[in-house]
Design a protein around this ligand. Structure first.
Ligand code: THU
Length: 134
């Protein structure tokens, strides 16, 4: 599975977006080391706070199918925006706990622009479980 293929799958996942409020479709595709792909799209709600982002849906989808931290290879996220889509803070926090720090994160838009980053680069000095120990 190439980076380009994974981005294409994330783009296709935009079709599953339920976004009647923002009308902003986002798709995500999480690749495992076994070569399996788990998709996600943003799902909104009239109670806006109940909205779930595409990348979190992809990650939770993978975990719900038994995928674990060490099984994860990469994630791609695509939306129609002027620059490669930038994940929100909550998604960065979730990625920092559920994906290995060096996991490649491919951010893309529909103009074909791609920004390649990593989980640790997206959230420096993040809050982690060890911080709960007093
Ligand atoms: N959204 C995502 O799904 N992922 C991102 O990386 C950015 C934002 C969604 C949440 C909401 O449904 C819509 O985009 C507008 O914020």
């Amino acid at each position: 599975m190439t980076k380009e293929n994974l981005i294409e799958m994330a783009k296709d996942a935009m079709d599953y977006s339920y976004s009647p409020y923002s009308k902003f479709k986002v798709g995500a595709a999480l690749l495992t080391k076994d070569g399996d792909v788990y998709l996600g799209a943003n799902i909104e709600n009239a109670a806006y706070g109940a909205t779930m982002c595409a990348e979190r849906n992809a990650i939770y989808n993978a975990y719900c199918h038994g995928i674990q931290f060490e099984d994860i290879e990469a994630i791609a996220i695509v939306a129609d925006c002027p620059r490669p889509v930038s994940p929100c803070g909550i998604c960065r926090q979730v990625m920092s706990e559920l994906l290995p720090p060096d996991t490649p994160v491919y951010l893309a838009n529909l103009d074909g622009e791609v920004k390649e980053t990593s989980v640790e680069e997206l959230l420096p000095y993040g809050f982690v479980s060890e911080d709960l120990n007093q």
